[in-house]
Write a protein that binds this ligand. Structure first.
Ligand code: SF4
Length: 199
């Protein structure tokens, strides 16, 4: 299976480390809590659709996770399945929905108990540092410079730096003109990261 073209259910555990932080965070939450709130389901669901998950795979994925949290198959079918089919244009106006760009995600302002949005904007320094560590940015100096960039309000640059530093384990000079690691779309980030992975 060619991961660069489309991913499938069995790829997710490995592929989640190539997802941008906004999606990695939701995948982790889902893994831990077996539940996500509406805004997060929408943000992650549309992203996964564009990564290549079919509607049946998506239904299976969400249903399996939610069942670990005690949501019965019946309740899932009644309360959650519709929205997933809707993302794929199988319900409602039958429009197929496109995943959110960074601008759209950054502009959302989730409340304190919600998990969606851009973590470079939404998280405080300590939480962002912890999340970056979980994500695999091992070098503390790298994390510090990413956090600082986020605090300066350059969320998309901080995101691009994250991809680079996670890969190289080294700091990069973002001031140089030829290197501007700005992320514009979560799905672009994902396929860029997969395309340049080391093995
Ligand atoms: Fe996601 Fe874009 Fe924020 Fe990166 S900059 S975490 S891709 S919303």
């Amino acid at each position: 299976e060619n991961l660069e073209k489309a991913i499938h259910l069995e790829d997710l555990p490995q592929a989640m480390f190539h997802m941008p932080l906004c999606m990695f965070r939701l995948m982790k939450r889902l893994e831990q809590n077996h539940h996500l709130k509406h805004g997060a389901r929408l943000q992650l669901g549309l992203f996964l659709k564009d990564c290549g998950l079919s509607m049946d795979e998506s239904l299976h994925f969400w249903k399996t996770e939610f069942s670990k949290g005690g949501i019965s198959s019946d309740k899932f079918d009644k309360e959650y399945a519709y929205a997933i089919r809707h993302h794929y244009g199988r319900e409602g106006k039958r429009a197929s929905y496109t995943p959110f760009s960074c601008m759209k995600i950054i502009q959302q302002r989730p409340s304190a108990h919600e998990e969606h949005g851009c973590p470079f904007r939404e998280l405080n320094s300590a939480s962002l540092d912890t999340l970056l560590q979980t994500y695999g940015v091992e070098e503390a100096g790298c994390r510090a410079s990413i956090v600082q960039k986020a605090q300066e309000g350059h969320f998309q640059v901080a995101c691009g730096m994250t991809m680079q530093m996670k890969k190289t384990g080294q700091q990069i000079a973002t001031s140089s003109e030829e290197f501007s690691p700005t992320t514009t779309h979560p799905n672009h980030y994902f396929f860029d990261s997969l395309a340049t992975k080391e093995n």
